[in-house]
Design a protein around this ligand. Structure first.
Ligand code: HEM
Length: 412
């Protein structure tokens, strides 16, 4: 009975009417504990301790070919095609030893120091955005504010001309749907497989050409550094470079937009918090971390059981998909006292960037962008007012964030 109720609640997560506030549903799912979806090879895990245990368990894999269920995500690798026509699975979908080797090589180019050096440029981009709207007295805090920063930064990092940005965003937004294990079922977030396939191919060909150009004429960008990255004589192959560029582009796009948008929403709903941040920019880091917990840009993470195991008393069979509802784990009172309260000062052991071997490689960049964006927003935008609350949300179940957030203000 409990499992049936949980399955029904899990399916209700797909209902667009739930999107503005899915957290009461997540709370019910967590209170009942982990469950299997009917007789399907899918187990859903909801508590912080259980999610942590799965993320640390060497018997779970990210290799989707091991899943009994044909998964709707990343369907863009087709062994019958030539490399030029497709994006191979990036290291997000690889287990050790391949994952270890690739991650080490990419980490050589994409270091925290490279990210730290970006702070002045990030501040400049945010100020340019705010300058643009200073006279109007209104802007859309998603499309005009949260969106352009991460997109400009990732394009500049990879050395992608900004005029190609709209095209890359289109591919990225289509491909990010494949990160949603629910996208098969949710009618409004279902993407046409042929369209996805085309986006994967076109993106691959785009980076193919860009890589050729950078090989011939290296610059100060991350792609040139990825080409040159070396670890004990080992280097990224051509295919690995293409899939890494695609991963950085897709992973760095919508997630960070959603983090900035969700944090801005949290501040707009809490004027005292916004005033405190304006008075003390040091608070920004706490606001960012609390947003990552309270309204996580990534709401769930999938794994595949590579062996039989047990999670929270539920048997998981080899080949089962294990879905971790980290949005539910983030409100687990066993770890976060008074979990429904937005408290930037709390001790924050959120799982928003994952945990263990696949911990988000872009976390320092995402944190920096969000910190600068919020600090400048608090300092420059006077008496902002959200005109529609709750805002309209994106169709995605996994990547959570508003689609639009019109804001009126006295001055920038
Ligand atoms: C991995 C979240 C921004 C690059 C991950 C994972 C999560 C995550 C949850 C782990 C997935 C798993 O274990 O299955 C986020 C969030 C972001 C963000 C919430 C923004 C708020 C970025 C940015 C970049 C990036 C800006 C790069 C430009 C990556 C990469 C991985 C990853 C390369 C794969 C790491 C691996 O498999 O070893 N991210 N991410 N992310 N992220 Fe992020």
């Amino acid at each position: 009975m409990t499992s049936e109720q949980s399955t029904a609640d899990y399916i209700r997560l797909l209902d667009p009417a739930v999107r503005p506030d899915p957290y009461p549903l997540f709370a019910r799912l967590r209170e009942r504990g982990p469950f299997r979806i009917g007789t399907a090879p899918v187990v859903v895990v909801t508590g912080h301790a259980d999610c942590t245990a799965v993320l640390r368990d060497p018997r779970v894999s990210v290799d989707r070919s091991l899943a009994k269920l044909q998964l709707g995500f990343m369907p863009i690798y087709d062994a019958t095609k030539t490399t030029a026509e497709q994006v191979k699975p990036s290291f997000l979908f690889l287990d050790p030893p391949d994952h270890t080797r690739l991650r080490r090589l990419v980490s050589k180019a994409f270091t925290p120091r490279v990210v730290q050096r970006l702070e002045p440029r990030i501040t400049e981009i945010v100020d340019d955005i705010l300058d643009k709207y200073s006279a109007a007295g209104t802007f859309d805090a998603v499309t005009d504010f949260a969106y352009p920063l991460p997109v400009t930064v990732i394009c500049e990092l990879l050395g992608v001309p900004l005029e190609d940005e709209a095209q890359l965003s289109h591919w990225s937004s289509l491909l990010s749907r494949t990160l949603d294990p629910t996208s098969r079922q949710a009618p409004e977030s279902r993407a046409d497989p042929a369209e996805l396939e085309r986006a994967g191919t076109e993106l691959s060909v785009y980076f193919e050409r860009l890589t050729e150009r950078r090989r011939a004429d290296p610059g100060p960008d991350l792609l040139s550094q990825l080409i040159a990255a070396e670890d004990a004589g080992d280097m990224l192959t051509h295919d690995e470079l293409i899939s890494t560029c695609a991963l950085l582009l897709v992973a760095g796009h919508e997630t960070t937009v959603n983090l900035i948008a969700n944090a801005t929403l949290a501040l707009l709903r809490r004027p005292a918090e916004l005033a405190a941040l304006r008075a003390n920019p040091e608070r920004a880091q706490g606001v960012v971390e609390e947003t990552l917990r309270f309204d996580s840009p990534v709401q769930l993470m999938p794994r595949i059981a590579a062996d039989d195991l047990t999670v929270g008393g539920i048997s998981v069979d080899r080949g089962d998909l294990v879905v971790m509802l980290i949005a539910a784990a983030h409100r687990d009172p066993a770890v976060f006292p008074d979990p429904d309260r937005f408290d930037p000062a709390r001790d924050n052991r959120h799982l928003a960037f994952g945990l263990g071997a696949h911990f988000c490689l872009g976390a320092p960049l995402a944190r920096l962008e969000a910190r600068v964006a919020l600090t400048r927003f608090a300092q420059r935008v006077e008496v902002p007012r959200l005109t529609t609350d709750p805002p309209v949300y994106r169709e995605h179940v996994n990547l959570r964030g508003p689609a639009h957030m019109p804001v009126e203000f006295a001055a920038v």
